[in-house]
Ligand binder design. Structure first.
Ligand code: PLP
Length: 454
């Protein structure tokens, strides 16, 4: 579709009202300059000045079927027309159907669905279920992880930048997970990294006291922290440790679920079934806020005759659930999950590896499906990160220049610390993926100038 005509005046009005009254997430309010967005379709969005961007961030990694999919928009409109809202204690068609479609796709016996409004609430409630189920207080989680912005979720998150001024949540304990490129275990290869990481978790469990630990929570593939697929055998090893100590194993698939990795759920790559699985984002491509917890038979049984101590006014909101039903049907009809696997194997993976060969600023390429990270470095030998901040905490030129160059070339990049993630919609076309790779190629030339090779 052709872009609507530019309307800079309308854009300026939207921006002015935003600057006057919108308080933005994770930001120093006066140091940000949000782009005024006029519209979006498929893999693209555009501003009021006539600039169009290929969204290689999928919003915040949630538009798994792109923007404005006509079937999902129609399903939301249809639901709004006959039952726009209803309280959670009733059986409502859109909610029942969404739960059935999700439960059919989650692995193993994760057959009961608790709905939330997003990922953080899913994590909060999964942890609450694990605590009530085990009668134990602590939760073990990974350094280098992100689980959401609410109290328990942010405290199990393994990123010290997110803990500032938080009074803390009881029982959050962190441990190291495998990451060969920056190995916390000084391992030489994946097998050693896997073995050492499992030994480390086992001893963390023993020193914390197995009888005090309710849950281990991990992202199946850590997303925000850098898209680090675990080595073969790691998640199965964690499953075994949890089983041996009666600990609930929670896999957080808020980002990795619903096709992102080329499977419905990333854990299918590793053949591991958790006790609880959290989801959000891709479940309805982010069209209406929705998240949830898929619950195993054993944990569902705990709450068969005693009440679950938790709930949300908008749990399973009909509009959000109608959007989920339509999204899942679209993904099944259009083969989106298989498409994501293919685009990763045949276009994104090879294309990004080829960029790494030519650009000294690329230290490592990791990922699968529509879920990739490039780790940018000053020096490939020392792996010194191309850091985003200088010593004063000001934004550092190299990553900012890289992002600006991407935008100049019509690509909206995901940039975090010294990484850029290539995380387009799972149904991104081959031509769009190639366009994204070409824009990254041009922008990496600016990052190369900050390397020791330059
Ligand atoms: N868990 C994971 C793995 C995430 O990536 C995120 C968000 O990025 C969350 C939880 C939190 O989700 P939300 O922002 O919807 O609360």
């Amino acid at each position: 579709t052709p872009l609507p005509s530019p309307d800079p005046q309308a854009g300026a009005a939207v921006k002015a009202a935003d600057r006057a009254h919108v308080f933005h997430s994770w930001s120093a309010q006066e140091l940000i300059d949000p782009l005024a967005v006029a519209g979006a379709e498929g893999s693209y969005f555009w501003d009021y000045d006539g600039n169009r961007y290929l969204d290689f961030a999928s919003g915040l990694v949630f538009t798994n079927i792109g923007y404005q999919h006509p079937k999902v928009v129609a399903a939301i409109q249809e639901q709004a027309g006959h039952l726009a809202t209803f309280a959670p204690a009733f059986a409502v068609e859109a909610r029942s159907e969404a739960a059935r479609l999700i439960a059919e796709r989650t692995p193993g016996d994760l057959d009961k669905i608790f709905f939330t409004n997003g990922g953080a609430e899913a994590v909060e409630n999964a942890i609450r279920m694990a605590r009530v189920h085990t009668g134990r207080p602590k939760v073990l989680s990974a350094y280098r992880s992100y689980h959401g912005g609410t109290t328990t979720a942010i405290n199990v998150t393994g990123d010290p930048r997110r803990w500032a001024n938080d009074s803390g949540a009881a029982g959050a304990v962190h441990f190291w997970t495998p990451f060969l490129y920056r190995s916390p275990f000084y391992s030489a290869d994946e097998a050693e990294e896997c073995a050492r990481a499992l030994e480390h978790l086992e001893s963390t469990v023993r020193f914390e006291g197995p009888g005090t630990i309710a849950a281990v929570i991990l992202e199946t593939i850590p997303g925000t922290a850098g898209i680090m697929p675990p080595p073969p055998g790691y998640l199965a090893g964690v499953r075994e440790i949890c089983d041996r100590h009666g600990i609930v194993f929670i896999l957080d698939e808020v980002m990795a679920g619903f096709g992102r990795t080329g499977k419905w759920f990333a854990t299918e790559h590793f053949d591991v079934v958790p006790d609880l699985l959290t989801f959000a984002k891709g479940v309805n491509s982010g069209y209406v806020p929705l998240g949830g917890v898929a619950i195993s038979g054993a944990i569902a049984e705990t709450f068969a005759k005693r009440p679950f101590p938790g709930g949300l006014t908008y749990s399973g909101h009909p509009l959000a659930c109608a959007a989920a039903v339509a999204t899942i049907e679209v993904m099944a009809e259009e083969g989106t999950v298989e498409h994501a696997a293919r685009i990763g194997e045949s276009v994104l993976g090879p294309g990004l590896r080829e960029l790494a060969e030519r650009h000294p600023s690329v230290g490592e390429v990791r990922g699968m499906g529509a879920f990739w990270a490039l780790e940018l470095v000053r020096d490939r030998e020392t792996r010194e990160p191309l850091v985003p901040y200088n010593a004063k905490g000001e934004e550092n030129a190299p990553m900012a220049a890289f992002a600006a160059e991407c935008r100049k070339n019509g690509l909206w990049p995901f940039v975090n610390m010294n990484r850029t993630h290539a995380v387009p919609p799972c149904n991104v076309s081959e031509a769009e993926a190639e366009q994204g790779l070409a824009a990254l190629d041009a922008a990496l030339a600016t990052a190369d100038e900050h390397t020791t090779a330059a």
